[in-house]
Ligand binder design. Sequence first.
Ligand code: NAD
Length: 421
Amino acid sequence: MRTLKMGALGLGQGASWSLLSMDAMPEIELVAGADLNPAMRSGFSDHFPAARTYETAEELFRDPAVDAIWIGTPNRLHCEHAVAAMRSGKHVVVEKPMAVTLEDADRMVEASQKFGVILLAGHTRSLSIWNRAMRRIVMSGEIGAIRAIHIWSYTDWILRPRTPDELDPQQGGGIVFRQGPHQIDTLRLLGGGMLRSVRGMAGRWTDSRPIEGYYTAYLEFEDGTASTIMHNGYGYFAMASLYPWVREKRGYSDADRAALRRDLERGVRDESAEKERYRVGGAHDPVAGAKAQPVTPYPWNPFDLGPVEVACERGMLMPAQWGLTVYGDDGPRELDLRPLQRPEPDPSGGLSIAILEEFHAAVILGKPAYHTAAWGRATLEASLAVMQSAAERREITLTRQVAMPDAYDAALDSGLNVAAG
Ligand SMILES: NC(=O)c1ccc[n+]([C@@H]2O[C@H](COP(=O)([O-])OP(=O)(O)OC[C@H]3O[C@@H](n4cnc5c(N)ncnc54)[C@H](O)[C@@H]3O)[C@@H](O)[C@H]2O)c1
């Protein structure tokens, strides 16, 4: 099988985990990386000595051996980098949020069509095996038609180190831009994709962080399916503490959170140095640690997404430690998802493997792409609508929604023992 030769643009915190996934997948070859920061470049070449290292995006895009680019640069640059990469003939996976404005997302959709390349919107957390299995069970009709989806999360998102652009909503800063797309992409996957309207609220609750750290929204699908999302990132309570098997491997302790909150209020944190530790080559860079080994099985963990609850006419779906609990007319049944897990170097959150598998299948094997530019634009439209609705205190009607084809993940059905209905 021909491998997909990838270059990574932006070797920061998010990319550190995706690089591990690329490195672990035989169908992907990580051939190059680029970052403006020399520390990241040096970490990258230490970890991947066979790959080429560049300073700028332009040099990376000129590399003829690179088929495709993983864009992990800051949000404000996603559109510019994606369009330039596509103009150079490269296929693209872009980190979430796909862009900062709908106009930029339009340019990305157009560029993908004009240059005849694939752009996938990498909303990685929506693609966990738990969410994908839930979707196939919903589609099987086992517990009737889907009626409601709820995804609520409590994390310490606001306490994590931030660069100045992450503190500027104009540049894609704030929890709605950063975390909204994960939850919205998940519920769109489960509900079929076609949202009708959004009523949202977002909150900035502390002067020490001039960005939103909370949002909630009611999103209704065209067929009347209801959904709610909520993310409280202020760090007073962690959703993960509700689940006895979950250890927060990368999270802060209660004492850490109290100290970070005090330091933020006093303005004494060196966030630039803190963040650098998590980037490629930094002290907490996962690429360097024992965590680099792909593992399976790994248990469910709410991480930043939160638990996904699906209500159907004749039952419920809830995540469980090793799979799902399907509550139906005859009582609950446990569904073990371990046999469907692929060894993943990043069970703790990034979950890049599913999008990379789709990418390889589309670019190299000519299979359909599902998380396309138009799909990503629809998730961005709903994320922006949460902010617009919050500002204007009214319901926003959506116009750019697209459906997820039934064929997506049909191959999972035999493993789940369901027949698509
Ligand atoms: N999917 C996930 O779970 C996940 C997790 C974390 C971050 N992310 C996403 O990754 C992106 C980056 O976030 P981060 O937290 O990793 O930030 P970061 O600051 O750690 O990483 C960005 C990197 O891009 C580099 N960079 C900036 N401008 C550049 C340019 N013009 N050319 C080349 N390199 C450039 C920076 O030097 C830095 O190393 C964001 O879009 C974020 O939403 C996704």
